[in-house]
Design a protein around this ligand. Sequence first.
Ligand code: FE
Ligand code: FE
Ligand code: ZN
Length: 278
Amino acid sequence: MLTIGTHMSIAKGLAKTAENVVKMEANTMQIFSRNPRGSNFKIYTEEEIGRFQEIRKNHQFGSLLAHAPYTMNLASDQEKVYEFACTVIREDVARMDALGIENMVFHPGSHTGIGVERGIRNIIAGLDQAITGDEKITVLLETMTGKGTEIGARFEHLKAIRDGVKHPERIGICLDTCHVFAAGYDIIHDLDGVLEEFDRVLGLDLLKAIHLNDSMMPFESHKDRHATIGAGEIGWEALLGVLKHPALKELPFYLETPLDDAGHKEEIAMIKARLDTI
Ligand code: FE
Ligand code: FE
Ligand code: ZN
């Protein structure tokens, strides 16, 4: 069965958001682990959490995904920036794990001039102070476009991070279709080849989630601009190919396309309709 949902705002609380997922005819969601542009987070009441768990169970949601804030840079060499990132990842891994959220994804970070290797060393140390090894949650590294000094545009970067940490068994990968395409992995003409390379470098068993986005920017542009499905440079055909690929079709898919809830409901319906007709 297809597991699909979108990125959801949790401004109205966890339970209300889960209700909206049901209304959208989706069966999973991605939420921010805290305010994406600041550092605040809400503390939920037991009752709120209880209602959220009930909805999710009754409607048989697939794996849920939390997304760490964009403002954290675990690759940074600047003390304040790095300490903030370490605090956020440590607190949010624990908080999202306590909620029973299956996966939490973060952008590995930008090295801002110190080089990929030193950036990766910082990310590894940051993960090591956040992950105890006793969690149930899996922390996912997202594939990135490589804009600026961003780390994670090559599968090899993600492999080096995972191999360096004390608890690699708690680390997985989230593949973003817009990002890999903009990074130069040709998922239009050679999805099989891209997945073979992923398997060779990382292992397909590490792939836990797909961010399903079209790209406003061309192949290998190293620019990160999401488009709605079919309205970008990747197109319907290639993205349907991702959804129905035997190695991917059991994974949870999360849309991060520029639409509101009503638009996402339509987008999901359209995806289901097109999948059924192939
Ligand atoms: Fe992301
Ligand atoms: Fe993404
Ligand atoms: Zn993006």
